[in-house]
Design a protein around this ligand. Structure first.
Ligand code: DHB
Ligand code: MG
Length: 221
């Protein structure tokens, strides 16, 4: 099935995803630097992130897990010129490529890339940090439950939180899989269930060029 999923993604992308030189250059530079491309969002998922931002008049974005900044640039493209993204990457090597991709893109919204453990960076944000309108959590899966709680401190009513890779080809329902990342995702689902600060939440499975996975989306009460 993988080949057909990839071909269908290609079909969708060739019709509906604009041929953007900045995004193309980002993927090419990331590939040249030898980084794996399966960690980046698919183009049709990047477009969904863009649309969620456009639908909700988002100005301030928080991203956990910059990787090579491909998703960051999808997010930034959707923002007004005075928009702001705080994007956090834990791995220096990835952040270096991400920084280069951000500089080359020359987009108007401010992209503030910080390197280090997301937990520490979030905990060190000043008390008066304005809330984020949109949060994309795409970092180490084992920490998602903790990231969710930390992020909720910087949300307002109506903030949207998207969490990437919450299905992992079905590993979340495999009773024999006890990897920390998978246990982290199970804890995430339990945390989202009846969370007092979440208005509504769902998760959707995806198949495509990046295999079988899924994302969760939540609206803050
Ligand atoms: C992995 C991480 C991601 O964020 C992703 O989108 C795909 C794969 C990974 O760690 O394998
Ligand atoms: Mg991801």
């Amino acid at each position: 099935m993988q080949q057909q999923w990839a071909e269908i993604d290609h079909y969708i992308e060739s019709h509906l995803i604009p041929d953007d030189p900045i995004l193309k250059q980002t993927l090419a530079y990331t590939d040249e630097q030898g980084l794996p491309d399966h960690l980046a969002v698919a183009a049709n998922q990047g477009m969904l992130l863009q649309m969620l931002i456009q639908m909700n008049q988002v100005k301030r974005v928080l991203e956990l897990g910059t990787f090579a900044a491909y998703s960051t640039l999808w997010l930034a493209r959707a923002l007004p010129d005075d928009g702001y993204i705080l994007t956090i990457e834990g791995r220096e090597a990835h952040a270096n490529i991400g920084r280069e991709n951000i500089v080359r893109a020359q987009l108007k919204p401010q992209i503030d890339l910080r390197v280090g453990p997301a937990r520490d960076i979030l905990l060190a944000l000043p008390e008066n940090t304005p809330a984020f309108d949109f949060i994309f959590i795409d970092a180490d899966k084992q920490s998602y439950p903790e990231y969710l709680e930390l992020c909720l401190k910087y949300c307002h009513s109506g903030s949207i939180i998207v969490l990437d890779n919450v299905v992992r080809a079905g590993d979340i329902i495999d009773p024999d899989n006890h990897k920390p990342s998978i246990e982290g995702l199970r804890t995430l689902f339990s945390t989202l269930q009846n969370h007092p600060q979440i208005l509504s939440c769902t998760a959707l499975q995806t198949v495509g060029s990046k295999g079988h996975d899924g994302f969760a989306i939540a609206i803050v009460k």
